[in-house]
Design a binder for this molecule. Sequence first.
Ligand code: GEK
Length: 241
Amino acid sequence: MSRDTIYSVPLTKVGDFEFDDDVVKVFPDMIARSVPGYASILSVIEQLTTRFVRPDTSVWDLGCSLGAATRLIRRRSPASAVIHAVDNSPSMVAQLRKYLTESTDAGCCVHVIESDLRAVQVTNASLVVLNLTLQFLPPSERTGILQSIAHGTLPGGALLLSEKICFHDPGQQHLMTELHHDFKRAHGYSDLEIAQKRTAIENRLIPESLETHVQRLRDVGYSTVTPWFQCFNFASILAVR
Ligand code: GEK
C-alpha cells in the first residue's frame, strides 16, 4: 500500500479535492489514517451482510471507491445475490475492476458501474451501503436520493450510512475537530498536510449533524433508525426499511 504524501509539500494553490489517479494510488492509506473507526465500520458491514443479504436480492455499494466494502460483502453473500458497486470516479472504477479481475476470492457476482449514483435506480435491495459518500452530494439533493434508495429497498432491508458529521454547539464542534486533527497527527500527518487537505476538501464535503441524518432517514420511510457508531466527528447509522 503506497503512503499518502499528496499534501506533504507546500502548494502555491490548493485546488478542490478530486478522486483522481494520484488519490487512487494512496487511497487505502489515506482513508485509514484520516477516518477514525474506518476499519471497525468495514468489519460491521461484513457482519451486516450475514443478517440482511438474502438469496436473489441486490446489494448496492454507492460510492464504492476501491471496493473495500464490496469485497467483504461478496465473501458473506449468498451465491445468488448480486452486488452493484457504483462510483463516478473513472480512476477508482478502473482500479476496482483490476482488483476484481485479478482476485481469486470466491463469492457472488459483482457489477461495477461507473456512474453518478444519482443516475442509478436502486432496486430489489436487501442492503445498501453509503459509506462516507452522501457527504459529497449537495445537501439539497440528499432527501431525494434517500427517498429513491428507500423506495428500492425490500421490506426488512437495510441501509448503512456513514458520514463525517458536524455539531450545533460551537464548543463541541471545536473539540471534535481538534480531536480528529490529533488522530491524523498521531497517524503521521503533519500540520501542513492537515491544513492543505482541509482547504482542498472544504468545498467538496458538506457535513450535517447526526440529528439531521436520523430525522431524514425517518422521513423517507425507514422504520428503525439507529446510530450505532461514533468516533469524534464521524458516525455511522443503521436504518431498516
Ligand atoms: C469505502 N465507500 O471505502 N456518485 C458516485 N460516486 C461518488 C459521487 C457520486 N455523485 N460523489 C462521490 N463519489 C468507500 C469510501 S470515499 C470517502 C468512499 C472518502 C465517490 C468518490 O468518487 C469516492 O470514491 C467515494 O464516493 C467517497 O468504504 O474519500 O472520504
